[in-house]
Design a protein around this ligand. Structure first.
Ligand code: ATP
Ligand code: MG
Length: 137
């Protein structure tokens, strides 16, 4: 069964959106197979966002992700990678539709509440970075 990596970023945790976000995925019919709250190390954040290392916002992005607790999760279900991205909405809150997580809660592009894997192979890579195999139930 397909799996995706979802992380509620420090702004989402701070704004007490964990319950709402989990509820959206549960009500959509997806299954939670792993979850933990952690303050990521710089190394973890840099590895996670390695594909963006040449971007001018990379250092700020890594600093932000490490700035507080992140709620890291793995969700499972049919087409969960693509549907998860649809539920999350566009990267820039100005472009994310109402009804999506970012469209309902996003304030700016650097504080966009949540991360979701962008493809099935990316999801496998990200799950391996954030979780040990025995943490998936
Ligand atoms: P994520 O990977 O966090 O789910 P995404 O896939 O929608 O987001 P990416 O292109 O992978 O978007 O960018 C990763 C993150 O980098 C974004 O969520 C955002 O927080 C930050 N980011 C992207 N573009 C910019 C930008 N122009 N300025 C500042 N931050 C940016
Ligand atoms: Mg991305």
């Amino acid at each position: 069964m397909e799996r995706t990596f979802i992380a509620i970023k420090p702004d989402g945790v701070n704004r007490a959106l964990i319950g709402d976000i989990i509820s959206r995925f549960e009500k959509r019919g997806y299954k939670l197979v792993a979850m933990k709250l952690l303050k990521p190390s710089k190394e973890l954040a840099e590895t996670h966002y390695a594909a963006l290392s040449s971007k001018p916002f990379f250092a700020g992005l890594v600093e932000f992700i490490c700035s507080g607790p992140v709620c890291a999760m793995v969700w499972e279900g049919t087409d969960v990678v693509k549907t998860g991205r649809t539920m999350i909405g566009a990267t820039k809150p100005t472009e994310s539709a109402p009804g999506t997580i970012r469209g309902d809660y996003g304030i700016d592009v650097g504080r966009n509440v949540i991360h979701g894997s962008d493809a099935v192979d990316t999801a496998e890579r990200e799950i391996g970075i954030w979780f040990k195999p025995e943490e998936l139930v």
